[in-house]
Write a protein that binds this ligand. Structure first.
Ligand SMILES: [Zn+2]
Length: 109
């Protein structure tokens, strides 16, 4: 999730500082580099700016689709978690999940 420091972080759409009394939305780093909406990845925006953004519907569609895949991500067993990097780099479940995610982005670029 994007790091947001109220009174310091700027809205990714209007460029104004997001204050503590503002309504805002912070996105996870979910859109790959090169995608036309990558600027929203790991970014915070005012809620009002987001709602008025011409990409709002498309962005919400992407976010919902990504979250459905993300929630299906494989997780290691407690034993596998002891050597997480080895598990992650060698898991067929991870490779399959990454392929599903890559397919999602190829269909939604
Ligand atoms: Zn804004």
């Amino acid at each position: 999730m994007a790091l947001l420091i109220t009174g310091f972080t700027k809205c990714g759409l209007c460029g104004e500082v997001i204050e503590a009394h503002h309504q805002f939305h912070s996105f996870a780093a979910f859109i790959p580099p090169g995608h036309r909406l990558h600027g929203f990845s790991d970014a915070s925006v005012h809620q009002s700016c987001l709602l008025n953004c011409e990409d709002y519907q498309g962005l919400m569609h992407l976010y919902a689709g990504y979250q459905q895949i993300y929630e299906r991500r494989p997780l290691p067993s407690p034993e596998e978690a002891k050597n997480f990097t080895h598990w992650y780099n060698n898991s067929e479940d991870i490779k399959s999940w990454q392929a599903e995610l890559a397919q999602f982005w190829s269909q939604n670029s």
